[in-house]
Ligand binder design. Sequence first.
Ligand code: ACO
Length: 373
Amino acid sequence: MIGRSPVCPVQRYGSGLDGLVVGDTTISLIDGLSSRLLYRGYSVEDLVEHVTFEEVSHLVLFGELPDRSALEEWKGELIRWREPPQAAFDALHRVPFAAHPLAKYRTTLTVAACHVGDLDGAPSGIERRTPARILSWTAALAAAAIRHAEREAPLSPDPRLGFAGNFLYQALGRRPEADEERAFDASLIVQAEHGLHAAALAALIVSSTGADLGSAVLAGMGALSGVRHGAANQLAFEMLGKLEDADHARRWAREALARGHRFPGFGHRVYKCPDPRVRALEPWARRLLAAHGMDERWHTYLALREEVEAALGPRGIHANVDSITGLLYHPLGLPPGAFPIPFCLAIQTGWMAHCLEYAPDGPMISPGVVYVG
Ligand code: ACO
């Protein structure tokens, strides 16, 4: 006789792994009810005011804001890795100009990673060298991917510029103004870490198998490219681009709300209150837009945000970081298709920090699934 076995006893789980935790962390606190985001105990708003992305990446990765000599050493390490292997740039000759910049960036990092063995040498200092190499290689490759869409050749780095300034220089082909560099740096700071979101978990799962940090970052990049995740900043900006002015934004938002539209750049799995990253970046976006004669776009954004939040705020849906970053990147001259790139450049810092924190004794992450057939 052949028969079906009974289904397993009920197991508890939330949809999308909601409510499950992988372990403890000292890297960040995301307080989704009180609108706070802390990296190693420091609020992102304070960090934006007082330090640079180089200092924040050191804080997130290694647990401390660097003193002067540690900062010089870390900056030196970051500068040392600004020139990825030529083979990675050559790979761009074999992909279509119109491919998404995020896909090109991921592809060239894969090629660059094949050359790591040639460069590693002595194992000492690998904890710092690998994250520095990933951060700086990816910045150069991302800039090259953005230029490739314009059929422009990659540019050599400028060692006098910091991480943010050099990325903008390599991507745009012009040295940014001080305010532009500071605003872009602020966007990197507030996006440098965000707990175990979907992309960070993807990276951590790969790393928990014993795979290298580069493979973990590549997994994170794949997860981040989705429209519900890191690609939302492009969609949020494109939505705004279709609105002529504040009045149009209000009219359109009311009509879209009535038909149950899902607004890119609004809502968040954790924040059920205003996203602190929006608060930190709005003054910068407003200033940059004004400096580039784009005030109208600011007022359009504000009208849309107010209208959507008035209707959905009581349900815990507010503007998230993806609604504001495009308003910084557009006046700088970055094309909308490239908007997910700075997010990825910044947030991989947190992915690596989680991998390094988990790695020493964390077991391989391998959840089950409940058979209900
Ligand atoms: N616009 C309108 N309604 C929304 C939105 C939105 N942006 N987000 C959620 N809702 C509504 C849903 O329609 C749903 O309503 P229902 O209960 O009547 O069906 C309810 O809120 C719950 O939606 P879920 O998708 O289940 O909620 P979750 O907490 O998983 O949503 C998510 C998080 C995926 C980010 C969602 O808010 C969304 O799709 N936002 C738009 C895309 C976006 O901006 N993503 C970037 C997030 S931040 C980041 O990754 C950096």
